[in-house]
Design a protein around this ligand. Structure first.
Ligand code: SF4
Ligand code: SF4
Length: 333
């Protein structure tokens, strides 16, 4: 039997609901739309004064009662995001894609991030009010400290979210700086206010993992306990392949996040969103609890893949299960 959810029944805050008014985030996200199209900004706008949901997003920031450490982390993150990049070097020899790939890996070796991947940018990942000429996305992943994350939605867990977004921002600036020093155009895209592109689709495409029912990526090594940033570039880096671990099938049989989500925003089946059938979290159900708790993240913390040292074992079991099923299928022929 599922554990009793301490946050249910949940009623959305009346003040927040009034600020959102008739705003329909699921419609903005393209829920039910069957054609591919670029996404529209639904939350995390860098420009709260102009966005329809700007006052609601501002309310989100007012709910948090930050301690000294959180205030410092937020300040450091703002500084990292605002840091200027050097000009693109013009007097350097171009490096081979193999050399660039090796050097990109060094950001993992040096502890700036835990994952890197590369993919070609698709038009349907660029927000509809943005453009870019840069054809390639370098994705970066930074791992949470699970012992901190597990405390969400309390401040202790929220601090690790900010801590990792700070690391992600610093990493994307470092990678963009390196690429510029190598003579390539490069632009850092720091989460969560990415501004320019969606982060999850390129991270799936470059091999970070599979989309989970909770709408976040699951990676066998890090579960969902990681955050993303990116760099847009014209450097000749080769794409890294998408990977499947059987997580999609696992999610169709697991209900942990569905049961843990206070406002019951996680649907049991995939839905059509802007021309793609995928797991989708009901934005309009999620966002009031997300705002009240300054970021929630319960679904990420409870996902069994996020528990330390669990994911890789699960992936091995899933691979064995797939082998058994394939073997059965073959012997049936
Ligand atoms: S909790 Fe279960 S259903 Fe939800 S994302 Fe994780 S594995 Fe998938
Ligand atoms: S962030 Fe919280 S409210 Fe939103 S889907 Fe996850 S558990 Fe539910």
């Amino acid at each position: 039997m599922a554990k009793k959810n301490p946050f249910r029944p949940y009623t959305a805050n009346a003040e927040f609901k009034e600020l959102l008014g008739t705003y329909n985030g699921n419609k903005v996200n393209g829920l039910g739309e069957t054609a591919l199209r670029p996404p529209s900004m639904v939350w995390w706008t860098p420009d709260m004064a102009d966005a329809e949901f700007g006052e609601a997003q501002m309310w989100f920031y007012q709910q948090e009662k930050p301690d000294e450490e959180m205030t410092q982390l937020r300040h450091q993150r703002h500084q990292a995001v605002a840091a200027e990049l050097p000009p693109v070097a013009t007097d350097v020899e171009s490096a081979s894609s193999e050399t660039l790939a090796q050097q990109l890996n060094e950001f993992v070796t040096n502890g700036d991030c835990e994952m890197t991947g590369v993919t070609r940018l698709k038009p349907e990942w660029i927000f509809d009010h943005e453009t870019t000429e840069l054809p390639t996305v370098v994705m970066l992943g930074v791992q949470h400290d699970y012992e901190e994350l597990k405390h969400v939605p309390a401040l202790q867990g929220g601090k690790d979210v900010t801590r990792q977004y700070l690391r992600a921002a610093v990493a994307s600036k470092k990678v963009a700086t390196w690429l510029r020093e190598c003579g390539y155009q490069a632009e850092a895209v720091t989460g969560p206010m990415t501004g320019k592109i969606l982060m999850i689709p390129p991270a799936l495409e470059c091999g970070f993992g599979e989309l989970g029912k909770h709408g976040s990526i699951i990676n066998p090594e890090f579960g969902s306990a990681f955050r993303l940033s990116a760099v847009l570039t014209n450097a000749p880096l080769e794409s890294t392949p998408a990977r499947e671990f059987g997580i999609d099938d696992f999610c169709s049989r697991c209900r942990v996040c569905e049961n843990a989500c206070p406002p019951e925003a996680i649907a049991p089946a995939k839905q059509m969103v802007r021309g793609v059938e995928k797991w989708y979290v009901d934005f309009d159900k999620c966002i009031p609890f997300f705002a009240e708790t300054s970021g929630c993240a319960i679904c990420i913390a409870v996902c069994p893949w996020s528990l330390p040292d669990v994911g890789e074992g699960l992936a091995i079991k899933l691979a064995r299960r797939a082998e058994r099923l394939n073997g059965t299928a073959r012997s049936d022929v």
